[in-house]
Design a protein. Structure first.
Length: 162
């Protein structure tokens, strides 16, 4: 597997991965009434994120099998960053892809001087983030559009920069 920053050329592949994986992976933990409004909004690649330099793709034999990254909490940078739009191919979960991606995310964030990562984890992904050293169990509603929000869990992890 190869992990590298995604580029404009990867937007369609990230979009396809999110659109195929999020509905399948989230359906066990969210009611249809939530998914019907949220999935069209969260299962789309965000071009600015995909091309930001700290969003990564995991490629296996040239195929995108995972993606995710981090961004600073505000445009000025700083010590706190957010985990962003992490996904693994629904057919490849529990094969180490997410763990390898998260190790890369943690290392690159620490190298950039980040001391704490926050994550708005889906209910589905909360056990994965706990296994990666994140803590917290605060339920939150992530606003997606006026009148549409998505239930999540706010989690954090301290980092020690290199």
């Amino acid at each position: 597997m190869d992990i590298r920053p995604t580029t404009k050329a990867d937007i369609a592949a990230v979009d396809a991965l999110l659109a195929a994986s999020y509905p399948a992976l989230l359906k066990a933990d969210y009611p249809p009434s939530v998914l019907v409004t949220a999935l069209p909004l969260i299962s789309r690649a965000q071009p600015k994120l995909v091309t930001c330099g700290s969003y990564y793709g995991v490629f296996d034999a040239g195929a995108l099998v995972g993606a995710g990254g981090w961004t600073f909490r505000d445009r000025r940078g700083g010590l706190v960053a957010r985990i962003r739009h992490v996904v693994t191919d629904r057919r490849r979960v529990r094969q180490g892809i997410g763990t390898a991606l998260m190790a890369h995310i943690l290392a690159t964030a620490a190298k950039a001087g980040v001391r704490q990562l926050t994550c708005e984890a889906t209910l589905t992904a909360t056990p994965f983030y706990r296994a990666q050293g994140f803590q917290g169990d605060t339920p939150i509603e992530v606003p997606l559009q006026p009148g549409i929000s998505f239930p999540a869990i706010l989690m954090t992890r301290a980092l020690v920069p290199d």
